[in-house]
Structures are given as structure tokens and as C-alpha cells.
Design a protein around this ligand. Structure first.
Ligand code: CTP
Length: 404
């Protein structure tokens, strides 16, 4: 997948810059044409000569270091790259890109680039969690930048925490996944539901659940990256929708049902990652309910099962449901698959640490009619989403018999 691709490898000034050399070597060995751009700070940690030797191309640092009069280097580099990888990406380099600053060769090229950008951050855990850094990362993700999240381990500053640059092999795997998937779902319409629903009790109260929407939003982003036309029907979530995705905001399970049923006929794949309420208050009070007595009993009634409704109406669509369980995961997943007439069920054991609602990570098992199809270990939700979308695309084309 990587052979013959032209890539810019941006190395910025953190101690993990030395791992940039290993990454450069792996990409070059895989057949990529790697053009390294370093910041002046990165050159304090590792020499340009190392990168030049590994990439067999000149290393660029200064915007004004114009060597070929026939071209303007940063524009030429930006125009010809299939992908730009920034690894390690410091808090400063992320901030510059998020805010459009361009004061060296790498940042200037990044602004001029129209190709995809993959960023592998590396920094101290408190820096990584600083609201400014979080907001810059969110800003870039919303614009379509891809991220390989840092790992947890011993940091150079002495902390054992999140912030360590992802291993070069993992970055290479993400690059391979991206090249393998890009454009694969062009012309396909993917409908994703995400977040929790809100069931009103009165004008100031509602029933909801812990869903953050992170998994569904990551799936929408992955599908869009693969070239699909994506509609995201989003319930309660504070996540920023991925750029280029059509977003339909809904509140209740009934609103979600209406939006999904309307979009369903023209859709090729439906992924129901939303946590939909199974019950709603039987009476929605027009005025705020006043307290009275020691106890209050709420009467709830069942909502319509959206997934099962789609399962009944299904024609050509590939239908993917979710199952959050705390026990007998395989049994319940297979039961849901059959009962709701799904093609795949993505199941997770939410009793395990780091799995399920609200966090940034997930570990899932994917079941099809024959049983377990794939197991994804504890990974970032973005990585789970990429792998899941690759599997869904395989399934779609196995049935349709075209693109592979
Ligand atoms: N779902 C739906 N409409 C509902 C309820 C759930 O579409 N009214 C979908 C979810 O989006 C998810 C799957 O069904 O894809 C989850 O199945 P569900 O039976 O709701 O799971 P649980 O509520 O955990 O079910 P149970 O109580 O049977 O374990």
C-alpha cells in the first residue's frame, strides 16, 4: 500500500524525534518516497544527516532554503505529497497548524497542503491534557486531520503516563490502513447513528444515558475518509462532527427513528452506534412537575426499536448494530443479530476497564451470522472505527462483488 507513495515526514522538536528516524527507515523500506522536513528544534535532538541518509532525499528545515530555482519548495512539496505525517508532533507544532501559523518549512508546507495529514502527538501527559492542546487537536480533527494517539508508558520527563509517541510500527500500520481504505467507499452512502437519546419528562427534565457519541462520530469520520457519503444522525453528544459529514441532530428515540427511516431507502450501510432509550416517560408534562409526597413513580413505555424496524424493512442495505453487555457477550450479541435481522453486531463488554461509554478507548468483538468475525483489542475509538469500517467495506464488496 505504501510502495510508490510520496510522503512528507515532518519531525518536530521533542525527544521522540529520535523515533522519527525509525519511522523514516520503515517507510523507506516499505517503498515510500520520503521527504523529511524538520523543525529547527527537532534538529537539536537528531541530525538532518541521519534523516537524509535514511530517506535518501535532502532534509528541509528553513522556508528560505530554496535549492531549485524552478520551483517554490514548500508549494512544490505540498502539491506532490500523497500524505503528510507529522511524527512526533509537539504541542507547539499542533498549535501552529490548528491556528494557521507558518514560520518554517514544515508549518508553511502544512498550510499549503491539500493532501491528508496524519499527526502522531508526543508530549508530557499534562501538556497533552491541557485544554488548549485538547482544543487544538479537536479543531484539527474536525478539519479532517487524522491522529495516531500517543501510548502510555515511561515519558522522558519521568512520568509514567499517556504522551509517548506511538510506536513507529503502529504509525506505519495506520498509514497502511489509510492508503488501503482511501476511496474504497466512494459512491456508497453510509448512515451512522451516534450519542444518547433524550426522553423528555417535562420542560426541564429528561432521561438519558452515558453515551458520549465518540464511537459513532469516529465511525462517521472513518467512513468519510474512505470516500463514503456519510449522514450522521446524532443524539446527545458534545463531540465535534467530522468535516464533510451531513449531520442531522435529534433528541428522542422517536426523532431518531423518523430521521433514520427517512434516509434508509437510499442507504448502502447503516451503523447503529447510538445508545437509544428502550423506554420513555408515558406522559410528557407540558409544565414542570412539582414535587409532592415522599415518592414519585414514573410510568415508562417502550420506544420503537429502530434497528429491528430497519431489519424488517431491509432490502440491499448492510445493517450493523451494537451491543453493550456486561455478561455472556457472545450469546447476547448473536441473539440481537438474529432478532433484529442485522448483518453484523459490534459487541463490547462494558464491565471491562477502558471499554464502552464515554472513554476514548474501546475493545470490541464483531459477530456475523456464522459467529465471531473479528476481535479488536483495546484501541483508541478512532482506530476501532478504522478497523470496523475496513471490515464493513470487505463485507459490502463480498456481497456486491466489485471493488476490493
Ligand atoms: N437500538 C435501536 N432502537 C432502540 C433500542 C436500541 O435501534 N429503541 C439499537 C442500538 O442503536 C444498538 C442496538 O439496538 O445498535 C442495541 O440493542 P438493544 O437491544 O437496545 O440493547 P440493550 O438495550 O442493551 O438491550 P437488552 O436490554 O436487550 O440487553
Amino acid at each position: 500500500m505504501i510502495a510508490g507513495k510520496r510522503m512528507i515526514l515532518g519531525i518536530t522538536g521533542g525527544i521522540a524525534a529520535y523515533k522519527g528516524a525509525a519511522l523514516c527507515s520503515k517507510l523507506t523500506q516499505a517503498g515510500a518516497d520520503v521527504h523529511v522536513m524538520m523543525t529547527a528544534s527537532a534538529a537539536q535532538f537528531i541530525t538532518p544527516l541521519t534523516l537524509q541518509t535514511l530517506s535518501r532525499n535532502p532534509v528541509l528545515i528553513d522556508t528560505f532554503d530554496e535549492r531549485d530555482p524552478a520551483v517554490v519548495t514548500h508549494i512544490h512539496q505540498a502539491d506532490h505529497a500523497d500524505l503528510i505525517v507529522v511524527a512526533p508532533a509537539t504541542a507547539n507544532s499542533i498549535a501552529k497548524l490548528a491556528n494557521g501559523l507558518a514560520d518554517d518549512m514544515l508549518s508553511t508546507t502544512l498550510l499549503a497542503a491539500t493532501c491528508p495529514i496524519l499527526i502522531a502527538p508526543a508530549m508530557n501527559v499534562h501538556m497533552y491534557e491541557h485544554p488548549a492542546v485538547v482544543s487544538n487537536i479537536e479543531k484539527l480533527a474536525a478539519r479532517g486531520a487524522m491522529f495516531v494517539e500517543p501510548g502510555t508508558g515511561q515519558l522522558a520527563c519521568g512520568y509514567v503516563a499517556k504522551g509517548r509517541l506511538a510506536e513507529p510500527e503502529d504509525i506505519v500500520r495506520s498509514i497502511e490502513t489509510w492508503f488501503a481504505g482511501s476511496g474504497r467507499l466512494r459512491g456508497k452512502r453510509v448512515l451512522v447513528t451516534a450519542g444518547g437519546t433524550m426522553e423528555r419528562l417535562d420542560p426541564v427534565r429528561y432521561l438519558t444515558n452515558d453515551s458520549s457519541g465518540k464511537m459513532g462520530f469516529a465511525i462517521a469520520e472513518a467512513a468519510q475518509r474512505m470516500g463514503a457519503d456519510v449522514t450522521l444522525v446524532a443524539g446527545r453528544s458534545t463531540e465535534t462532527p467530522p468535516a464533510g459529514v451531513q449531520v442531522v441532530r435529534v433528541a428522542s428515540a422517536a426523532d431518531m427513528l423518523e430521521a433514520v427511516v427517512e434516509a434508509f431507502p437510499g442507504t448502502d450501510v447503516v451503523i447503529k452506534a447510538a445508545a437509544v432509550a428502550d423506554y420513555r416517560p408515558a406522559i410528557v408534562h407540558k409544565q414542570k412537575v412539582k414535587k409532592s409526597g415522599e415518592k414519585l413513580v414514573l410510568e415508562l413505555e417502550r420506544t420503537t426499536d429502530i434497528l429491528a424496524t430497519l431489519g424488517e424493512r431491509k432490502e440491499h442495505q448492510l445493517l450493523v448494530g451494537f451491543a453493550a453487555e456486561t455478561e455472556q457477550v457472545a450469546h447476547y450479541a448473536m441473539d440481537k443479530l438474529k432478532r433484529k435481522n442485522c448483518d453484523l453486531i459490534v459487541a463490547n463488554d462494558v464491565s471491562k476497564e477502558g471499554v464502552g461509554f464515554n472513554g476514548d478507548t474501546n475493545a470490541v468483538d464483531v459477530y456475523g451470522p456464522e459467529g465471531l468475525e473479528a476481535s479488536f483489542p483495546l484501541l483508541s475509538k478512532r482506530e476501532v472505527a478504522s478497523r470496523l469500517m475496513a471490515l464493513i467495506a470487505d463485507r459490502l464488496f463480498q456481497r456486491g462483488g466489485d471493488r476490493s
